[in-house]
Design a protein around this ligand. Structure first.
Ligand code: IVH
Length: 664
């Protein structure tokens, strides 16, 4: 066929194929047989192979996204897609190894360890280098044809340098960043919110409209290559890379020793949070395809590979009790005492239930089975009560009417969801206040935490925070777990903490509603503790960011006899540093960010949030914790939280870290 003849034929073929393709894939009623359509496609493909310069983007052979489908076609996998046995500990891993060695005692082999991507398994089949089809795992034998959708994944090559039938298997995933962004969008338009990135990846691939899939910007990591005769799994990974696939790269390792595999597991576990995408463990295989085959399968899993999983981020456990904690402000927090479980690598035995409303919302009872996770991957929280597992012996919980520590009355202001022990001298409040006094953002006494403070209190070494400055090495060295040296260090740390900036001093006092930012505002406005102590209610209310409630709380604090005595005693030991001038609020020379309020959400890359806040303060701006319509900027870092949504709702200007750095 001459080139002009081929051109005419190709044009006609493309139109006809597209008509039938539409009938077939979109309307699901093909007028001709599948074989006949394949034959037309084959002819077109052959012509395009012969005259590659005639390939156009609109050719069905190049199609990236088509019209929405009615349903997915089923695809039978030529080779079954298996799953893996999970192990969760080094012990279980060793048991796996023992089993293998028993079955193949004379085989010498290496391990191949790679990340276990948390997404959806895909099989992508290429014929003579052209992406032929892609399918989900399904039940392992028959999956769904998601070719159109897979073609929208940029990291999947549409053409590879290979002959015959080659199958790449791997995982379609969605990055953490995309997951957050998509859920935000879904929330805004009232759409479905996805519980995790795996569900979102699966949901995105199983969209009948490939345009939706394309908008989700999926990614693909390959981990298996079929149809190329190679001896080792590691060679398959190399070949996959050479063919243009994304693989686990530096998260992969070929190792001889099981000990080294553990090390790799631990290293990856540590890097896990920082990765752009979710992984839930590592996959360890014997690095020899002959041995892999020889070891055979048990049910749907091969003996030659296992999934060495990280401890889960969510798990189930039992509520053994619900107790109430008294905070330094007197706020009562119900806490679930859990049967200890490991979540994300740490053992968890308590989870805050926040308040009575949350208890009602969850419907939680003592004895319930619950799902617990760690909010922001840190703070344990109860996510769901599994009411179906109730036995009838669960006990309802009611907030107490009296403080269990001092027996004083509990009060809950109208409209407030928090209940308070109103006894200012409640020992529990006193203890919490002490913890607060020495904490990082207050007096920041190195090495002095709740446990040691408890020991000081319980041994009668201190009555209040001021007494800490009276402690001598001899007093401390007598306590359990203390030696002369550690006592000496602690006394030194206490001495170092005596010099303190005014804002931190105010914060350390633990005045109700006076947080870190308000303390800075008060320090800058009044410039000295004396002036703050004498300030009238109106003076306090005049300060920007200080409302009626905060003003009243600070005013009352300085007029309370108990507090007055405590201050008098404390001031004998500490040296308060006056705030530097230069802050707009203090009337000093205004900085670059004078009068501007900033709220930070999410993780910043170049500095911590505390550092960023300090920068804002230095430049005369106001860092704040809460978003309001008066906020000038919200700086959104990685994985921003609910403040981001609130800012959007209020129309507050949202900037990223780069823009923030430019501003400062
Ligand atoms: S190998 C022989 N490697 O884990 C089984 N699987 O429970 C072939 N997965 O369905 C799987 N990352 O979706 C393998 N690097 C990796 C993987 C991986 C994620 C998933 C895959 C599979 C499941 C096994």
């Amino acid at each position: 066929m001459t080139k002009p003849e081929a051109k005419g034929r190709i044009e006609k073929l493309k139109k006809l194929i597209d008509k039938y393709r539409y009938q077939y894939h979109v309307l699901n009623k093909l007028e001709i047989s599948e074989e006949a359509l394949d034959s037309l496609k084959h002819e077109l493909k052959k012509l395009e192979d012969e005259f590659p310069e005639l390939i156009t983007l609109d050719s069905p052979t190049q199609r990236v996204a088509g019209k929405p489908l009615k349903e997915f076609k089923k695809v039978k996998h030529q080779t079954k897609m298996m799953s893996l046995e999970d192990v969760f500990s080094e012990e279980e891993f060793s048991e796996w190894l023992t089993r293998i060695k028993k079955l193949a005692p004379r085989d010498v082999f290496h391990f191949y360890a790679e990340p276990k991507f948390d997404g959806l398994a895909l099989s992508i089949v290429y014929e003579d280098g052209v992406l032929k089809y892609a399918a989900t795992r399904g039940d392992g034998e028959v999956g769904e044809d998601v070719t159109q959708n897979v073609r929208t994944i940029e990291s999947v090559p549409l053409r590879i340098d290979a002959k015959g039938r080659v199958e790449a298997r791997g995982e379609a995933i969605i990055t953490k960043k995309n997951f957050e962004a998509i859920n935000r969008k879904q929330k805004k338009k009232g759409g479905q919110i996805y519980a995790n990135s795996r569900n979102l990846a699966a949901g995105s691939l199983r969209q009948l409209d490939p345009k939706i899939t394309a908008s989700r910007r999926l990614d693909f990591f390959a981990y298996d290559l079929l149809g190329v005769a190679l001896e080792k799994h590691s060679e398959e990974h190399n070949a996959l890379r050479d063919l243009g696939f994304k693989t686990g790269d530096d998260l992969e390792e070929r190792r001889k020793d099981a000990g080294e595999v553990f090390k790799h597991y631990k290293k990856i576990a540590e890097r896990r949070e920082k990765l752009a995408y979710n992984i839930d463990g590592i996959v360890v295989s014997v690095d020899g395809n002959g041995l892999f085959k020889k070891l055979g399968t048990v049910g749907k899993t091969p003996r030659g590979a296992i999934a060495f999983k990280f401890s889960p981020k969510e798990t189930t456990t039992k509520v053994e009790d619900i107790i109430v904690q008294v905070g330094r402000t007197g706020a009562l927090t119900p806490v679930a005492v859990l049967r200890p479980v490991e979540i994300g690598g740490v053992t968890v035995s308590r989870a805050t239930l926040h308040n009575e409303d949350e208890i009602k919302r969850l419907g939680i009872k003592v004895g319930d089975s619950v799902i617990v996770g760690r909010a922001g991957d840190v703070i344990p929280d109860v996510r769901k009560v599994l009411k179906e597992l109730r036995t009838g012996h669960e006990k309802e919980f009611h907030m107490p009417k009296h403080c269990h520590v001092c027996n004083h009355e509990i009060k809950k202001a109208h409209g407030d969801i928090i209940a308070y022990c109103v006894n200012k001298n409640c020992p529990a409040r006193h203890r919490e206040n002490l913890y607060h006094f020495v904490s990082r953002k207050a007096f920041n006494v190195d090495g002095l935490g709740p446990k040691i403070l408890d020991a000081f209190l319980d041994n009668g070494l201190i009555q209040d925070a001021a007494d800490i400055f009276e402690l001598k090495e001899g007093d401390i060295a007598l306590l359990e777990r203390f030696g002369e040296k550690s006592a000496e260090n602690l006394v030194e740390a206490i001495k170092d903490a005596k010099k303190i900036p005014l804002a931190r001093f105010i914060y350390a006092l633990g005045i109700l509603h006076v947080g870190e930012e308000t303390a800075v505002d008060l320090a800058n406005h009044f410039g000295s503790l004396e002036k703050l102590g004498k300030a009238g209610l109106e003076d306090l209310e005049k300060i920007p960011n200080v409302g009626e409630v905060v003003a009243k709380s600070a005013y009352d604090w300085f007029r309370d006899d108990h507090n007055k005595n405590f201050l008098r005693k404390l001031l004998k030991y500490v040296h308060i540093e006056k705030p530097a001038l230069g802050r707009s609020a203090s009337g000093g020379k205004p900085g670059k960010l004078a009068g501007k309020t900033f709220v930070f959400t999410g993780e910043l890359e170049s500095m911590s949030r505390d550092e960023a806040k300090a920068k804002v303060r230095d430049l005369g701006g106001d860092p704040s914790e809460t978003v309001s319509k008066n906020t000038d900027y919200i700086v959104a870092g990685e994985n921003p939280g609910s403040k981001y949504d609130k800012a959007k709702k209020l129309g507050v200007k949202i900037i990223d870290e780069k823009a923030f750095l430019k501003l400062i």
